[in-house]
Design a protein around this ligand. Structure first.
Ligand code: FES
Length: 115
């Protein structure tokens, strides 16, 4: 079970929802299911409209990070992450500062999501 906290200047207050362990769900799917006002268009990792800043709040063990090829391209082209940050993610499990909510699979770790 993980606490996923959404924050945005457009929201009256932060909202924390609970992701069930084992449920393979995207961050976008979780946001939509909980009526979080997240932007999205394609839902397929191509438009970049669902880009969010993700901060891991607690970590029991280092978890491997995985960005899809689409996510890498969109975040690189939009200037949200660098090639060095992709390398840090892939080789050193250092989380990138931005993710695509439609590509990010929620895991058993508490995160803060800035819309
Ligand atoms: Fe288009 Fe996520 S909704 S990249």
């Amino acid at each position: 079970m993980a606490d996923i906290t959404f924050t945005s200047p457009a929201m009256a207050k932060d909202i924390t929802v609970y992701a069930t362990a084992g449920a393979r769900q995207t961050l976008l799917g979780l946001a939509k299911a909980n009526r979080i006002p997240i932007q999205f268009e394609c839902e397929n990792g191509e438009c970049g409209s669902c880009a969010v800043q993700v901060t891991i709040l607690e970590r029991k063990e280092p978890l491997g990070q995985h960005l899809t090829e689409k996510e890498k391209i969109v975040l690189l082209l939009s200037g949200k992450i660098s090639k060095g940050q992709i390398e840090d993610t892939e080789l050193r499990d250092i989380p990138p500062p931005w993710r695509l909510a439609c590509q990010y699979i929620v895991r058993d770790e508490d995160i803060l999501v800035k819309l």
